[in-house]
Design a protein around this ligand. Structure first.
Ligand SMILES: [Fe+2]
Length: 198
């Protein structure tokens, strides 16, 4: 099964700043994604994207929503149409005349799988948060108090343990950090501090 998208230009620049309302984006996510674990993952990534855009990039509310929306929909087609991931959601957003920046971020969230390189900061942060937040969430599930009291050291220990959350690619996480110019420890700390405040 090849997930290669086979193109690197998405949407139409004339649609810049066109977004879905939060309600419409949530409805699309909930209609397409039936698995509650995947829904939670997408909500967590969306929240991290919003927090990063606001705190670290000092973006306007409108821009922050674009980041959040990319996170909220990045795996929308994975649950029901894994063989079409992430072509189906890209085409849906193109049909809905959505801002190409949001579509590009979704298309580049797994460069090794989809063949589309992250370019903007939004692209790179979606790539960075996706896998690492999954590993940190898996760690929270095995801790008696979940996220409470979690520290960077504990996450790093799990990160180095290849058998833990073995499907999470450490290589991709390190690559994403390098692309985004962020130290792994700083990204872990940011996720720990923000992931549980949805
Ligand atoms: Fe994801």
């Amino acid at each position: 099964m090849s997930l290669q998208i086979g193109r690197s230009v998405f949407g139409n620049i004339a649609n810049k700043n066109n977004v879905l309302s939060k309600q419409a984006a949530m409805e699309l996510m909930q209609q397409w994604v039936l698995n509650p674990k995947l829904q939670l993952h997408m909500l967590q990534v969306a929240h991290l994207m919003k927090c990063w855009a606001k705190e670290k990039e000092n973006l306007s509310e409108e821009e922050c929503w674009k980041w959040e929306m990319a996170g909220l929909l990045h795996d929308a087609d994975w649950d029901q149409w894994p063989e079409l991931h992430c072509k189906k959601i890209i085409e849906e957003l193109e049909q809905r005349n959505i801002d190409p920046e949001i579509i590009h971020a979704i298309a580049s969230h797994g460069p090794a799988h989809f063949g589309v390189q992250p370019e903007t900061k939004m692209d790179k942060m979606l790539y960075a948060f996706d896998e690492l937040s999954g590993l940190i969430h898996a760690y929270s599930l095995m801790r008696p108090n979940g996220y409470e009291g979690m520290d960077v050291k504990g996450v790093k220990k799990r990160f180095k343990e290849k058998s833990f959350a073995a499907n999470v690619s450490r290589h991709e996480i390190l690559e994403a950090c390098e692309m985004a110019g962020i130290a792994l420890d700083d990204l872990i700390a940011f996720i720990i501090n923000n992931i549980n405040n949805i």
